[in-house]
Unconditional design. Structure first.
Length: 257
C-alpha cells in the first residue's frame, strides 16, 4: 500500500504570535500552495493558532494546522486547558497526543493519552500519537516491548475505522534535543514493530494504511535515509521546524520519496 507521507512541524514552546506570522509566511512562500503528494502540518503554541491559520488561509495554502495538546472533556473547570471544540472552531484539524515531554514533565499517563485519542477521533480530528523509550529502557533491551505497550494503551478500545484516523510518531527520547539520532535501521525496526502491534490490535487493512512517523531529530541532512525506510512515512519535526528553509527542504525530500 502506498501511504502519503506527513511532515509535521512541532514548534513546542517557541514563537510569539508575531514571530509565528513570520515563520508561517516563510513556509508558505517557499512551499507555495504545494501539491498533494505530502500532508504538511504545523503545530504552533496555542496562542499562535489563530495567527498561523489566518496566514495560511489568506495564502490558500494546503498546509494544515494542529494543536500540541488538548483535554478530552469538551468544557468544564479545567484551568489552563484547551478543548476539542475550541480547537475545531479556530480551524485545527490535527492534534499531537502523548508527546514525551508531556509524559515526562507533566505526568501524562497512558490512560489520559487514550482518553484524548478517543475524544479526538470521535470529534473527527486526527491525532498524532507519540510513543518512545528512554535511554535506560533501550540499554535494558526493553525498548520494543515498552513502545508497543504504549501503542496498545493509546489505541485501546478503538474500532479499526477509528484507529485508521490516527498516526503514530516514534520518538526515541534519548535522541530528542541531545544531538544523538537513532540510525535509520533502529528507527525502521521500531516502526515495523509498531505496525505489527497495530496489526494485532485492529487488523491488516488499518495497519497497512496507518502512517508511522520518525520523531527523533530529523533534519535535511538525514531525512532522505529515514524516509527511504519501508515503514517510516514522514517526520514529526522539532528544531528544523523553526527554520522555514529547513522545514520546506524536508517537505521536498518527502515529496521525492
Amino acid at each position: 500500500m502506498v501511504r502519503k507521507p506527513i511532515i509535521a512541524g512541532n514548534w513546542k514552546m517557541n514563537m510569539t504570535p508575531a514571530e509565528s506570522v513570520v515563520l508561517s509566511q516563510g513556509i508558505s512562500n517557499r512551499y507555495g500552495r504545494g501539491g498533494d503528494e505530502v500532508d504538511v502540518v504545523l503545530f504552533p503554541p496555542a496562542i499562535d493558532l489563530r495567527s498561523v491559520i489566518t496566514v495560511l488561509d489568506f495564502d490558500r495554502s494546503r498546509v494544515e494546522v494542529g494543536a500540541q495538546n488538548v483535554h478530552w472533556e469538551p468544557s468544564g473547570a479545567f484551568t489552563g486547558e484547551i478543548s476539542i471544540p475550541m480547537l475545531k472552531d479556530v480551524g485545527c484539524t490535527w492534534c499531537i497526543v502523548g508527546h514525551s515531554e508531556r509524559r515526562e514533565m507533566f505526568g501524562e499517563t497512558d490512560v489520559q493519552v487514550n482518553r484524548k485519542v478517543r475524544a479526538l477521533v470521535e470529534a473527527g480530528m486526527k491525532p498524532i500519537v507519540c510513543v518512545g523509550e528512554s535511554l535506560s529502557v533501550r540499554e535494558a533491551e526493553q525498548a520494543e516491548s515498552f513502545v508497543c505497550d504504549q501503542v496498545r494503551a493509546a489505541l485501546a478500545g478503538l474500532e479499526p475505522e477509528e484507529a485508521a484516523a490516527c498516526c503514530i510518531a516514534y520518538e526515541p527520547i534519548w535522541a530528542i534535543g541531545t544531538g544523538r539520532t537513532a540510525t535509520p535501521e533502529q528507527a525502521e525496526a521500531m516502526a515495523a514493530a509498531i505496525r505489527a502491534t497495530v496489526r494485532d490490535l485492529v487488523g491488516d487493512k488499518t495497519a497497512d494504511g496507518m502512517r508511522i512517523l520518525y520523531g527523533g531529530s530529523m533534519k535535511p541532512a538525514n531525512a532522505e535515509a529515514f524516509l527511504a525506510c519501508e515503514d517510516i512515512d514522514g517526520g514529526l519535526i522539532g528544531g528544523a521546524a523553526l527554520d522555514a528553509e529547513d522545514f520546506v527542504d524536508l517537505v521536498k525530500t518527502a515529496m521525492a520519496r
